[in-house]
Design a protein around this ligand. Structure first.
Ligand SMILES: Cc1cc2nc3c(=O)[nH]c(=O)nc-3n(C[C@H](O)[C@H](O)[C@H](O)COP(=O)(O)OP(=O)(O)OC[C@H]3O[C@@H](n4cnc5c(N)ncnc54)[C@H](O)[C@@H]3O)c2cc1C
Ligand code: SF4
Ligand code: SF4
Ligand code: SF4
Length: 386
């Protein structure tokens, strides 16, 4: 079968599928559950457009960040469900309030993250990081149509999705602003579906309306938590004890392209980049603001600068100037792609032969048990003063 680009570097951005006017490309799961383009040779005319726009086949045009800020939304209730300081949501709000359009990632039914157009009534669905690959669907086609109508459009996604959008559009648009996330990697949606099926059965959870990975409430931050229709938590496990989350953070279950990611660098692809500012000294933050997850904001272009200036005029958001080089030195996702672990080889061997349950428990749980034993030993030694 003809490949559009080197398969191990294909991010599954879907730009090739959306650009093919013959409808010859479908995104299909491979043996590891990752979405890849598959060409129907009966429909393909051999025009070569798909491979010519693919971001893997074209070196990205990177920007050096011009400025760096630590930032957060002041109102706790507004940023409660946000991943970091809620800056992605603030940028989205700013676009919507000024008559523009914004695109981001929400869950579809069955908890597959999808990129969709955000409205004022759906904005809350887009808060928080879904540590799962989101499916681009027809978003690039819709964005292009809006850009051609002259509308201001904001696109927020992983760097490879931003690169996919640029490739699809094939030319720069003054009315497009992009925002990429500092990105550790993604797991295929099939793994999250597998994990949810296990927990549903084990804990008899019939009504799950939301799945969260991050929160301003410490007990739900870096924890996999499941919520019912009334917004009540029904189940929660900290990342260190949760196989899906551990698999993501310990590089066991990431998509292959994430281990070869060309965007894991301080030089950025979008107008603005957002991540977590874990190095920020929070002691200076007013305690009445509640717990604050601070955003790292990199301003990479003049367009990004203008947008951040506009947001900073709003008194609802705090911006603190940071030194780009010091602040970002050593941030793993801004330095190099996630390294492959021994456990990922175990997972990749077992997943196609067995199931998510067997592969994840065999590859990830020994690490969790080892950590628990280590922790218990530490407590025992402390108690016995040895
Ligand atoms: C898969 C993934 C890996 C990440 N890895 C790192 C990392 O290693 N280091 C780091 O500093 N930061 C990382 N981030 C970024 C961080 O988790 C926050 O998303 C970022 O700081 C924005 O926070 P916020 O509070 O401004 O966003 P919020 O206001 O909470 O809004 C969340 C935004 O993220 C977008 N989003 C959510 N899930 C996805 C998804 N699966 N794909 C694309 N877009 C999505 C939504 O559309 C929305 O715009 C990662 C994010 C994701 C999604
Ligand atoms: S355009 Fe995207 S999905 Fe298509 S081959 Fe290239 S990287 Fe893969
Ligand atoms: S070569 Fe042209 S027709 Fe064939 S899959 Fe690619 S874009 Fe579609
Ligand atoms: S690590 Fe790189 S390839 Fe993987 S989702 Fe993030 S930007 Fe895309």
């Amino acid at each position: 079968m003809k490949e559009i680009c080197d398969k191990k570097r294909c991010s599954g951005c879907g730009a090739c599928r959306q650009v093919c006017v013959q409808g010859a490309i479908t995104m299909k799961e491979d043996r590891l559950g990752c979405l890849h383009p598959v060409i129907d040779s009966g429909r393909c005319t051999g025009c070569g457009l798909c491979s010519s726009i693919c971001p893997v086949n074209n070196p990205p045009v990177f920007q050096e960040p011009q400025e760096c800020f630590a930032a957060w939304v002041n109102n706790f209730e507004e940023r409660k469900d946000c991943a970091s300081g809620g800056i992605a949501t603030s940028l989205t709000k700013l676009f919507l309030e000024n008559g523009g359009s914004a695109y981001g990632t929400r869950y579809s039914e069955g908890f597959t993250p999808v990129i969709d157009r955000i409205t004022t009534s759906t904005i809350n669905l887009y808060k928080g990081s879904k540590y799962v690959q989101s499916v681009t669907g027809d978003a690039f086609v819709r964005i292009k149509a809006e850009l051609q109508e002259g509308r201001q459009v904001l696109f927020i996604g992983t760097p490879c999705q931003v690169a996919g959008l640029y490739g699809f559009l094939h030319k720069p648009y003054d009315n497009l602003t992009t925002c990429d996330l500092v990105c550790h990697g993604v797991c295929p949606p099939a793994y999250l579906h597998g994990e949810l099926a296990i927990q549903r059965k084990k804990h008899l959870l019939l009504d799950i309306s939301d799945v969260k990975f991050r929160s301003q409430e410490p007990q739900y931050n870096y924890a996999l938590s499941l919520w019912d229709e009334k917004g009540r938590p029904v189940w929660c496990r900290n990342e260190s004890r949760q196989p899906y989350f551990r698999g993501f953070l310990a590089n066991t279950t990431l998509r292959e392209s994430c281990h070869h990611c060309q965007y894991a660098t301080l030089r950025r692809i979008a107008d603005i980049s957002l991540g977590d500012d874990t190095a920020f000294d929070k002691s200076a933050i007013d305690p009445s603001a509640g717990n604050v997850n601070v955003s790292l904001v990199l301003v990479n272009t003049g367009k990004g600068r203008a947008l951040i200036d506009k947001l900073a005029e709003d008194t609802g958001t705090t911006f603190v100037q940071r030194d780009t080089v010091t602040e970002t030195a050593g941030v793993p996702s801004l330095t190099a792609p996630a390294p492959r672990s021994f456990r990922s080889r175990v997972f990749r061997f077992l997943y196609p032969l067995t199931s998510y349950r067997i592969a994840s428990r065999a590859a990830i749980c020994p690490q969790i048990w080892y950590k628990k034993l280590h922790h218990a030993g530490h407590i025992l030694r402390k108690k016995l003063h040895i």
